[in-house]
Design a protein around this ligand. Sequence first.
Ligand code: ADP
Ligand code: MG
Length: 256
Amino acid sequence: MDRIIAVANQKGGVGKTTTAINLAACLAAKGKKILAIDMDPQGNMTSGLGVEKDQVEATVYDLIIGSAEIEEVLCKDVLENLDVLPANINLSAAEIEIMGVENKEYILRGEVDKIKENYDFVIIDCPPSLNMLTINAMTTADSVLVPIQCEYYALEGLSQLIHTIELVQDRLNDKLRMEGVVFTMYDARTNLSLQVVENVKDNLEQTIYKTIIPRNIRLAEAPSYGMPINLYDPKSTGAESYMLLADEVIHKGEEE
Ligand code: ADP
Ligand code: MG
């Protein structure tokens, strides 16, 4: 086991799910054993990896409320080297159902602990809020990867997110650290994207990945075919950049 990475940012539409899907798939394509966990009730990571989210027998919801064993929820060999813990809209009720449950912050961790040694990396896609599902992802994770969209409001909400990560670190999971920031949807034709990158670099002490994910229509198309970008269009700029990001993530682990 190398590490468990939660992909989080409470802003919606910044590229969390796209990054979680394609980082997971590219790591798998490089021979790493991967567990992809969908913690978003929208289930877009699940369907984007080709799992029929409404046809599965059990989901992360059942895992969180304790009505299924992790082996029952696991979709094995969805891709070569890649298993999925799927989610769908049912998961939106989980937070209320676990209200008052003792140690509700650690439910996912307890389950993932049972199987994590079968994997090199676990990649968790978080919902667009700082709720109990995100907290469960952060107590399970070793690090948090934060996608930042190259747009005018890029830094909005980031201090809140970093504060949340620090709170979790202090109170719930002292091994948690910042994996780094990944810029997404970079548009080389506009000055804005470049300015955002420069501005964030100047204002943020966090690790920033060298790989910048370009805006690439193929990345937006791939999920409707249930395929990650490296299978949908391996020659696209999107595929090339997520492959490079996967290399950086692997390399980062080796440095430490
Ligand atoms: P989040 O999970 O943070 O809400 P998504 O990954 O779902 O964000 O991305 C939001 C939208 O932007 C989706 O329609 C997705 O297909 C699209 N998208 C994400 N990254 C890119 C990119 N690099 N190029 C083009 N479209 C992208
Ligand atoms: Mg998402």
